[in-house]
Design a protein around this ligand. Structure first.
Ligand SMILES: [Zn+2]
Ligand SMILES: [Zn+2]
Length: 370
C-alpha cells in the first residue's frame, strides 16, 4: 500500500462500533458509507472518542436509537469523497466533525440554533451512523465540518467535536461568567472540566468544583479550580456557603443531570446569579421558587449549537486553550471495546476522555501526504 487514496477507494467494508440494544455493543464489519446527497462528504476517521452520551445510549436511555446503529458523534479525519454540491471541502482535506449537523437554511439554522436544525441537529450516532468507525458520511458537510490545518493535533481538536463547545455554550456563556465572578461547577466529568477550562477564559475570581470523586477533583485543581468540594458527605451546600462567607456563587453550572446536583445549584446561587444547566436530565427536578422567586436569578437550558467551534479552534491553535490535557487514555479502533470498558469505569480507571485512533485504513501512509 504505497498510495492510501487508491487503497481506501477500493475498500467496501469497514470496522465500526455498533449498538445492538442496551448493554450490547460490538465491533462489526459494516459497509463503507457512500454519498447519498450531493451535499454529503465521506470522511475517513483518524481520531474519535467516546462521549458520556454514548454511555447513556449503551444503558438504553435513548430509546430512539436502533439496533445496528454505528455510535459516535466526535471525530477528526480526512475527506475521502465529496458530493457534487460540496463547495468548501476537497479530497484530502483534514477536517473536524461537529456533533451538530446543520443544513444552514431552516428557520433554526437562520437563528443560529443549529442544534434544532430541522434536517440535522444531533443526528450523528443517533438517527444516522456515527464516527466510531473507519469512515462516516457527513450530511450538509459545508456547514457541519471545519477545515483543519494539516498539522493540527488530532487529540486536541477532537475535543471540539462535542465537549468544549458544550461546556462553553451551555455552561460558561449561558452562565454569563464575568471577570471577578465566583463560579461553581457541579460535576467534574469531561463536560464539567470543559466548563472549567472555558470559564477560565472569562477571568472569574474563583472556580469551585464539586464532585463525589477525589481523583476528578484533583484533576480539576490541575485544570485551574481554585477550590474543590467533595459532595459525597451530602454537605456540599454548607461547604460552598462557608467558602463564600454565606454569599453564595454568581454562577452555578450543573454538569451532571440529576435532581441532587440541581438542588445544590439552587441552594448556593447568590441573588442575581445564573444557574446554567448542562446535564442531561432523565427525571424531573424540584424547582424551589418559594425560595428563589425574589432572588433575581436566571435559569438557562440549552442544547449545544457548536456555533463557537471556530473560536475555540483559534484558542487551541494559539495555545490559549490546552484541550489535549483532557485526554487520559488512548486505544486503537480495533480495541474500542476496551476503550468503552475504561470509559464506563471512569472513576476506577481515572479516565477523562478516551481517544481512539483509526489506523486500519493506512492512516500511516497518508501522513506523508499532509
Ligand atoms: Zn458528546
Ligand atoms: Zn437547519
Amino acid at each position: 500500500m504505497t498510495n492510501s487514496d487508491e487503497s481506501t477507494n477500493n475498500i467496501t467494508t469497514m470496522k465500526a462500533l455498533v449498538f445492538h440494544g442496551p448493554n450490547n455493543l460490538s465491533l462489526d464489519d459494516k459497509p463503507k458509507p457512500v454519498i447519498i446527497q450531493a451535499t454529503d462528504v465521506i470522511v475517513r476517521i483518524t481520531t474519535t472518542t467516546i462521549c458520556g452520551t454514548d454511555l447513556h445510549i449503551l444503558k438504553g436511555d435513548v430509546p430512539t436509537i436502533i439496533d445496528g446503529r454505528i455510535l459516535g458523534h466526535e471525530g477528526v479525519g480526512i475527506v475521502e469523497e465529496t458530493g457534487t454540491n460540496v463547495l468548501g471541502f476537497h479530497k484530502g482535506d483534514k477536517v473536524l466533525i461537529s456533533l451538530i449537523t446543520s443544513c444552514g437554511n431552516c428557520s433554526f439554522c437562520k437563528k443560529g440554533m443549529y442544534s434544532h436544525c430541522l434536517s440535522g441537529g444531533w443526528i450523528l450516532g443517533n438517527s444516522i451512523d456515527g464516527t466510531q468507525a473507519e469512515f462516516v458520511r457527513i450530511p450538509f458537510a459545508d456547514n457541519s465540518l471545519y477545515l483543519l490545518p494539516p498539522d493540527a493535533d488530532d487529540e486536541a481538536v477532537v475535543m471540539l467535536s462535542c465537549i468544549l463547545p458544550t461546556g462553553l455554550e451551555c455552561g460558561t456563556l449561558n452562565g454569563h461568567v464575568k471577570p471577578g465572578d465566583i463560579v461553581a461547577i457541579i460535576g467534574a466529568g469531561p463536560v464539567g472540566l470543559a466548563a472549567l477550562l472555558t470559564s477560565r477564559l472569562y477571568s472569574p475570581a474563583e472556580i469551585i468544583m464539586i464532585d463525589l470523586d477525589d481523583n476528578r477533583l484533583k484533576v480539576a485543581r490541575l485544570f485551574g479550580a481554585t477550590q474543590v468540594v467533595n459532595s459525597s458527605d451530602g454537605k456540599a451546600v454548607e461547604k460552598v456557603l462557608t467558602l463564600t462567607q454565606a454569599a453564595g456563587v454568581d454562577v452555578a453550572i450543573e454538569a451532571v443531570g440529576i435532581s441532587a446536583t440541581f438542588d445544590i445549584c439552587q441552594s448556593i446561587i447568590a441573588p442575581g446569579g445564573h444557574i446554567a444547566n448542562v446535564g442531561v436530565h432523565g427525571k424531573p427536578v424540584e424547582l424551589h421558587l418559594e425560595k428563589l422567586w425574589a432572588s433575581n436569578i436566571t435559569l438557562t437550558t440549552r442544547l449545544v449549537d457548536a456555533g463557537t467551534t471556530s473560536m475555540l479552534l483559534k484558542m487551541i491553535q494559539s495555545g490559549r486553550l490546552d484541550a489535549k490535557k483532557l485526554v487520559s487514555h488512548r486505544y486503537e479502533l480495533t480495541d474500542i471495546m476496551k476503550a468503552y470498558d475504561t470509559f464506563s469505569n471512569a472513576a476506577k480507571e481515572h479516565a477523562i476522555k478516551v481517544v481512539i485512533r483509526n489506523t486500519c485504513t493506512g492512516e500511516g501512509n497518508s501522513k506523508g501526504n499532509l
